[in-house]
Design a binder for this molecule. Sequence first.
Ligand SMILES: [Zn+2]
Length: 141
Amino acid sequence: MRKQNPITKLMKAEKINQEFNTDWFEPSEYELRLYYGLLNKYVFRGMLTKPKLELLRLRGAWGIFTGDYYGRPTISMTNRFPTKQFFVMALAHEMVHQHQWDIIGPKQLKEGKKPSINHGPTFYNWRDTLSKFGIPLTAKY
Ligand SMILES: [Zn+2]
């Protein structure tokens, strides 16, 4: 058996749905960069270029991806999650949007279309890959 990668190991460590969990996970800037790097390495095979990463108190969203035609895109994550696994799941979701922007977007631009950041087929194409790492992919988070 191959040694488990750190993402799968984390995702299988605890249950994600901790409804009665009162102990929130508050990622540090370091952890945000760390898990972005690990997800990019293991799940996205190094395809993504590090965007601007920021932590701030978001209302009504766990994370937001913002494309930029002239510079690096931004992934903003809220600063409090039910669990560390939830944080990794929400970060992976935004990274799927980054893939839509960085990898699929330029092809769409060539065809005269706008890059589409959405929860359509190019989003759900990642579902099987993510599930191999124990990361659920849903439109919600
Ligand atoms: Zn989304």
